[in-house]
Design a protein around this ligand. Structure first.
Ligand code: ZN
Length: 106
């Protein structure tokens, strides 16, 4: 003899409740203050620099697109190739962009 007890679940009636807009404070996004961590190719030091410390040179080809900065650790002028993501990140942070003109050849 097994006594099976079924527990009836009461279905709650769906009621249209008013939507309350909860105001959330939007954190102020400042255009400055973005910092990038980069490796110095000279002293191998990992340094953190503000966006304004960088220079971005956009060439006609990927091979000619690079970013440069002065290493705060050793003072070397470092130049590195900049991929699409780096270009997007740097320009988004307000890094000074230099468009390289076509070199006069011949
Ligand atoms: Zn360095």
């Amino acid at each position: 003899m097994t006594d099976t007890s079924v527990t009836g679940a009461g279905v709650a009636g769906t009621s249209m409740t008013g939507t309350s807009m909860t105001g959330t404070g939007v954190a102020g996004t400042s255009m400055t203050g973005t910092r990038f961590k980069v490796y110095c190719s000279q002293c191998r030091e990992k340094v953190e620099l503000a966006a304004e410390e960088f220079r971005l040179a956009l060439g006609r080809t990927k091979e000619r697109t690079f970013y440069s900065f002065t290493c705060p650790a050793c003072g070397a002028a470092v130049r590195k190739p900049a991929g699409e993501k780096i270009v997007a990140a740097l320009t988004g942070a307000g890094v000074s962009t230099i468009r390289l003109l076509q070199a006069v050849e011949g």
